[in-house]
Design a protein around this ligand. Sequence first.
Ligand code: HEM
Length: 208
Amino acid sequence: MGITGVMLASVSQQASTALAAASTDNPLMWYLTRTTAMSAYVVLALLVSLGLMQSIARTSKERLPWVVDALHQFLGLLFGILVVCHILTLMADPLISFSLTNALLPLDEPYRPFAVALGVLAMWTMVLILLSSWMRRHLSQRVWRLLHYLSFATFALVTAHGILAGTDATQFWMLLIYIAAAAIVGFLAVLRLLPKNQKPQPAGLRGR
Ligand code: HEM
């Protein structure tokens, strides 16, 4: 190899070393993974809370404005999109090697295996709930309701996943988010289970 060949080989080696260093030093994807994760968690807490409020209103024969239902549906979609972004940014992160198999199966995870496996299970419960909601017209009310109850499992799994896997779980503000979300969802769930003081029905509707 002549002098030009040696120089070219050295330049190309330096370039690839610089590229590798740039990608490993660049924590952008890691920041995006965490941002999408936290946003997804807040959206999930709002989603479950709104669902419980709708359910409480229904069993108490109260009427909520239509916008509550529209917001509930919108948050469901937003949650799905944020979770997909959380997983895609994780797979694109050069600092850690997450494959598609790691994202789909709760086995052999390269990072905090148990905690990440909980996230994968949560993702599958989310898929079942979203799909069954979009196909609601084709399902019986009982099947749809049973699948919708999975949202409590999703919330519990994601809370445990975030606390055990998340970098930010040790931060005071993040802990506050977990505690506030769990307290609100827990409170509404208890309220939903309490016996209702139903509004008396108008005389003409009694017995229906
Ligand atoms: C319903 C689906 C999911 C939700 C809502 C969710 C949410 C979260 C939350 C809230 C955190 C904590 C963020 C932080 O403290 O910085 C987190 C972290 C993490 N999640 Fe998920 N996750 C889900 C699914 C998954 C899946 C399927 C995987 C893997 C394939 C995964 C991998 C991770 C990893 C590796 C971390 C640690 C990131 C870090 O803080 O360094 N998650 N996730």
